[in-house]
Ligand binder design. Structure first.
Ligand code: ARG
Ligand code: ASP
Length: 720
């Protein structure tokens, strides 16, 4: 008996120890690694040191990583400023250069010489020069008892002073961001290059292989990469586009490992994750997955089903709705994975246990108890209070976002508002710009499709949003229609917003006449009545509660850090700043009886191949290379690796981030997460949270053997 309990005690210690070794949660600030993470990273197998990752005195890994256009990450992989990022990150740029004669999305694009590299006005690459902790200076005038508004105003005044006085070169910029819900402030000195040219992209049948069906899914077989190049002025400094610009000589670029990875190998991902909320109380997690995700998915289910039905039957509609479908489905699928993952890992109970632990420690410490008494309970209560308002907001937002005629009215209202605020003289310019954007809008618009979406979503809105959260005018007009089909018939038969030509005819009239006509438009009237409901019945309470929540969330954040001081390291939620995350190569079990491997191969591409399919077609050249096993130096024992997964904690914005091995060499390119693990934004769990990367050898194989663009591989530094 005693032996048995000693044994189980030892087992427990072992479990706790291995859990410590595998503490892969966290998006860490690169300048704090030496204090917080270096020991653990080395324990997990890292061979380099924290100062090789972030160093302001010599070139380090951070000098090879850029924020790509502010929405993705990219990395420098040659001494000539060559950039690697995802195909889905370069997508807009590739699309803009595409035409019927040169369909780079379908056929790929490869600049055979530097002269063929294509400029992309507006696309930027931003390096982080230095990160400073400015919390003290930023918050020095904050006094206890200040309201949220007063507090923000004294901080903003300080930030303005700090920004003005910061030491930096003339071509550098400064950015300041709050961390830990505003408990800390960091300043970033940055360098933004504005001449970023497209160098290469595989065809979508490689770069987007599997498309929406495989999105967020493992096993995955997508070669999700594209290449760009940073150009600088002759002095090496950022410069606007010019033919005379030269390829950037970077402070550092990533060497590329040809060795691949195996199970349990250390991996690290550096990049610019966008947004996470890891420190919410349990009621907020519950609300996210049980109420808000559910409502948003419900609305998008309905819209996507209708779009899909039309897209399958009609080629024209397929082209018009493909991009809308992809972006709407991306979040829709992610939310479903989030609900599933939290359920599967019992995420709410996990939060509740964490809170019980927090309360126990808090109550054992009189000073902290006095300082933070009731903070967590109040926060949980506030989330319960805000719940119906947040749900009504999400139903309303999804209704307007997915019913295109309502989106069009929103744009129209924005035009009217702008015209009013900018003065009568500006109207014609504003209107022309508006009509320009509406031209693009209607190019991808089909009123019949939209009418069906309208019917479906209005029914859900009317059924799910209680009458006291809708405007009185909506309630009375809704009561006069027996169902949404009758309302839709009226709106779509008479509205001027169902086509570009009808709208253009109205907008040709002088400002007052045009606005008077539109004010009588049934789509406009309905949109205004819906908006009124949100503005008057939902927003006031929602916003007041949210302000209160934000304030207390900051206190709760500090409370967690104080209560668990010495027991747990904290990382700040993602906020589009440079972070390091690390983990291990490993498969996972998505369901009872199912075990996923951590690698996929070109064989899997061929297994999924459906000739002519828009998601699963495979280019003839790739099939030929596969048949001949013509993999050059990139294959492994006659097989071609494609993707792999690991337990790095990533989120949206990490797309295009480099995956690095223990030596800081490039082994892959991050582009997605597994479906069951998308909950990592609110509840990271090492058992099922995995990031998906494309193997760098597949990238090189496509560039060299498939595209024959060896000049690019030649400028890289490959290590065996
Ligand atoms: N799920 C990935 C992300 O959130 C990739 C999205 C692009 N791919 C797609 N098939 N829509 O960005
Ligand atoms: N696909 C995401 C991105 O584009 C990455 C993720 O959410 O894991 O940033």
């Amino acid at each position: 008996m005693l032996l048995k309990s000693v044994k189980s005690w030892m087992l427990l210690v072992l479990v706790v120890l291995t859990q410590q070794v595998y503490a892969t949660e966290g998006m860490w600030l690169p300048q704090l690694l030496s204090n917080l993470n270096e020991k653990e990273m080395k324990g997990m197998g890292m061979k380099i040191s924290a100062s090789d990752i972030y160093n302001i005195n010599k070139g380090s890994l951070k000098d090879a990583i850029v924020s790509f256009g502010g929405f993705c990450t990219a990395e420098v992989i040659s001494s000539q400023g060559l950039l690697l990022t995802n195909h889905h990150c370069g997508y807009d740029a590739i699309q803009k250069h595409s035409s019927l004669e040169h369909n780079y999305l379908d056929n790929g694009f490869w600049a055979r010489t530097a002269a063929e590299e294509l400029p992309n006005p507006g696309l930027t690459a931003t390096f982080i020069v230095r990160i400073d902790d400015i919390t003290k200076a930023a918050t020095q005038n904050v006094k206890a008892g200040m309201t949220e508004k007063e507090r923000q105003s004294v901080i903003d005044k300080q930030l303005a002073i700090i920004k003005k006085e910061v030491k930096k070169e003339s071509w550098q910029d400064v950015m300041i961001k709050p961390f830990f819900e505003g408990n800390k402030y960091y300043l970033f000195v940055t360098e933004t290059y504005k001449d970023v040219r497209l160098v290469g992209a595989p065809p979508s049948s490689i770069g987007k292989f599997g498309s929406d069906t495989d999105n967020w899914v493992w096993p995955r077989h997508t070669g999700d990469f594209s290449m760009f190049r940073i150009y600088a002025g002759k002095d090496g400094k950022p410069a606007p586009y010019s033919q005379d610009n030269v390829p950037l000589k970077p402070k550092y670029f990533l060497p590329i490992s040809m060795k691949g990875v195996k199970k349990d190998d250390f991996t690290m991902v550096m990049g610019f994750p966008g947004r996470t909320t890891e420190y919410l109380p349990s009621e907020a997690v519950k609300q996210t997955v049980e109420v808000l995700d559910f409502s948003k998915v419900e609305m998008r289910d309905a819209a996507l089903k209708i779009w899909d039905g039309y897209m399958r039957k009609n080629e024209q509609i397929k082209i018009q709705y493909a991009a809308k479908y992809a972006s709407t489905a991306n979040a829709w699928k992610k939310w479903q994975g989030e609900m599933l993952g939290v359920k599967k890992t019992d995420g709410i109970a996990k939060k509740q246990r964490y809170e019980a632990n927090y309360n126990q420690l808090l109550n054992a410490n009189p000073a902290l108890k006095q300082q933070y008494a009731g903070v967590l309970d109040t926060l949980n209560e506030l989330y319960i209070k805000i719940n119906p308002y947040a749900q009504a907001r999400d139903y309303y937002n999804e209704l307007v976002k997915n019913t295109e005629i309502l989106t069009a009215v929103d744009k129209l209202i924005a035009l009217a508002d702008d015209a009013e605020s900018q003065g009568a003289g500006q109207y014609n310019t504003l209107r022309d710009k508006f009509m320009e954007s509406m031209k693009a809008f209607y190019q991808n618009y089909n009123a019949g499709v939209d009418k069906d979406v309208f019917i479906s979503l209005m029914d859900i809105y009317a059924a799910k949003v209680p009458a006291n959260f809708r405007s009185a005018r909506f309630n009375s007009s809704w009561a006069s229609f027996t169902d949404s089909r009758k309302l839709a018939d009226q709106v779509y038969a008479t509205s001027n917003l169902t086509s570009y030509d009808k709208l253009a005819a109205v907008m040709q009239q002088p400002q007052q006449a045009a606005l008077a006509t539109l004010a009588k438009d049934p789509a406009v009237q309905l949109a205004i009545v819906l908006r009124e409901g949100f503005r008057e019945k939902v927003a006031p309470t929602l916003n007041a509660l949210q302000l209160d929540i934000n304030n207390r969330q900051r206190t709760y954040m500090q409370a967690q850090m104080d209560v668990f001081a010495g027991k747990k390291n904290f990382y700040p939620d993602a906020n589009s700043t440079l972070r390091v995350t690390y983990g291990k190569v490993d498969g996972y079990s998505p369901a009872d009886g199912v075990q996923y491997d951590y690698y996929t191969w070109l064989d899997g591409v061929m297994e999924k191949y459906i000739p002519g399919d828009y998601e699963f077609d495979v280019p003839a050249k790739l099939i030929e290379l596969y048949k001949n096993k013509d993999y050059g130096k990139y294959g492994v024992n006659g097989k071609m690796p494609v993707c792999f997964i690991a337990s790095n904690h990533t989120t949206g914005g990490n797309s295009g981030s480099p995956a690095l091995n223990a030596n800081g060499q490039l082994i892959g390119l991050n582009f997605d997460r597994t479906w069951e693990g998308t909950m990592s934004d609110i509840n990271y769990d090492p058992s099922i949270c995995r990031n998906i990367m494309v193997d760098i050898r597949y990238v090189l194989f496509i560039v060299d053997k498939f595209a024959g663009c060896k000049r690019l591989v030649d400028e890289m530094k490959l290590v065996n």
